[in-house]
Design a protein around this ligand. Structure first.
Ligand SMILES: [Zn+2]
Length: 398
């Protein structure tokens, strides 16, 4: 199993300056490599590949010993590979008939991570804690940076990354061969309905990871963003406002992750089989296509209502939750099943009658045939569980 561990770094002031320079130089390398690919293609029809750029990297380093030459060759290669991946994704989507965006230049604040692809190569994770919860990571060009290691890591450290979130710095260790820690069987099964009011509602009637506590942060965020919009470009006040916005964003992310972790852990502990709906978040949050009318204006297309929903969906962080749940379920030896959510919210969990009238409001379910009443999300979660168990039996028969 592969797993990531993320820890807060406590760099000295000097190290923080070096970390910032490290990000800036890797960003410059990324942008330079992107520019090179663009001009080579547009002016000479030549396609530049990762291999070509990796060879050139040697010359770039030799020509700039105090700048690009300071950093790890491998982390720079990883940055070039990252650009290569962006291009590969672009061409793949283009071939599939989509209209993908061309890989972009990364502005300040849009390039916040550098990866060292192998522990011991330009970076070194110190596996011997000097003091409980204090460890060090050695990064080429930065030094020995103190790390607040708040938990044990498992497995073998494979890659090491640094990540900037607002004013904080983190180190992310991606570990291989992390042993699974199977939990004892409980004999219980559960279905999950993913919603907006509660992130998750279970077939047992529990509401988990209510994302509403993010609302306070959301209000502070919008105030900070308005404040930022009033500042003059290039001013010191604007720079500070940017830092404030980034810090609130980071807090929202932390809160959401925290809620998702707790909910996922509780589910993995309590149930042998967990059934959830297969989500297509990319589709659900896409902006609606405007419908032009004959007069040259636009007919209402539900954009306003949908943009509110998009925000809620993103706020609820279902994708993040499902990813965490998948990790925890795998580690605990639990079975996770995804089912098609079609009709699960309008079908009666007791008699199977399917009608949109069964759901008089967002929260209520009342079957028009048998009179079964329930919280609408709980009713849906029961249907999801049933669909998952049917699928599981079908799989076992084959
Ligand atoms: Zn019914």
């Amino acid at each position: 199993m592969r797993r990531s561990f993320k820890f807060l770094m406590r760099p000295t002031a000097k190290q923080a300056v070096a970390l910032t320079a490290c990000l800036d130089d890797h960003r410059a390398l990324y942008n330079g490599a992107l520019e090179h690919r663009r001009t080579a293609y547009s002016q000479a029809g030549v396609t530049i590949r990762y291999g070509d750029q990796s060879v050139e990297l040697k010359e770039i380093r030799a020509a700039d010993p105090g700048g690009q030459g300071r950093w790890s060759f491998s982390s720079q290669q990883a940055t070039l590979r990252r650009l290569d991946k962006a291009f590969a994704a672009f061409f793949r989507r283009f071939k599939a008939g989509d209209k993908p965006g061309y890989p972009r230049f990364k502005g300040r604040g849009w390039f916040d991570t550098v990866e060292w692809p192998r522990d011991g190569d330009g970076c070194q994770w110190d596996s011997q804690p000097h003091h409980p919860s204090t460890t060090y990571v050695r990064l080429q060009g930065v030094g020995h940076v103190r790390v607040h290691q708040h938990r044990l890591i498992w497995g073998r450290v494979k890659t090491i990354s640094i990540k900037r979130e607002g004013a904080r710095w983190y180190v992310v260790l991606s570990c291989d061969d992390v042993p699974a820690q199977p939990l004892p069987q409980t004999g219980a099964v559960v279905g999950l309905d993913m919603g907006v009011a509660s992130l998750v509602t279970t077939s047992d009637g529990d509401h988990l990871a209510n994302p509403r506590h993010l609302e306070t942060s959301a209000e502070r965020l919008s105030a900070a963003q308005q404040d930022l919009a009033r500042k003059k470009r290039g001013s010191e006040r604007r720079r500070k406002a940017v830092v404030r916005v980034a810090a609130i964003h980071a807090k929202v992310r932390r809160q959401r992750l925290d809620g998702a972790h707790k909910a996922a852990l509780g589910l993995a502990r309590g149930y042998d089989v967990i059934v959830h709906e297969a989500l297509r978040i990319a589709n659900m949050t896409k902006a609606p296509i405007p419908k032009p009318d004959c007069a040259g204006g636009h007919l209402p297309n539900g954009a306003a209502a949908k943009s509110g929903l998009s925000k809620s969906i993103l706020d609820a962080g279902w994708g993040v939750f499902l990813r965490i749940l998948a990790h925890k379920a795998e580690s605990a030896g639990r079975q996770l099943i995804a089912v098609n959510p079609r009709n699960t919210s309008r079908t009666c969990a007791r008699c199977g009658h399917c009608a949109k009238e069964n759901r008089p409001s967002q929260a209520r379910f009342r079957c028009t045939t048998c009179g079964h009443q329930a919280h609408a999300d709980v009713n849906a979660a029961v249907n999801i569980l049933r669909a998952g168990l049917a699928l599981r039996q079908g799989v076992q028969v084959v």
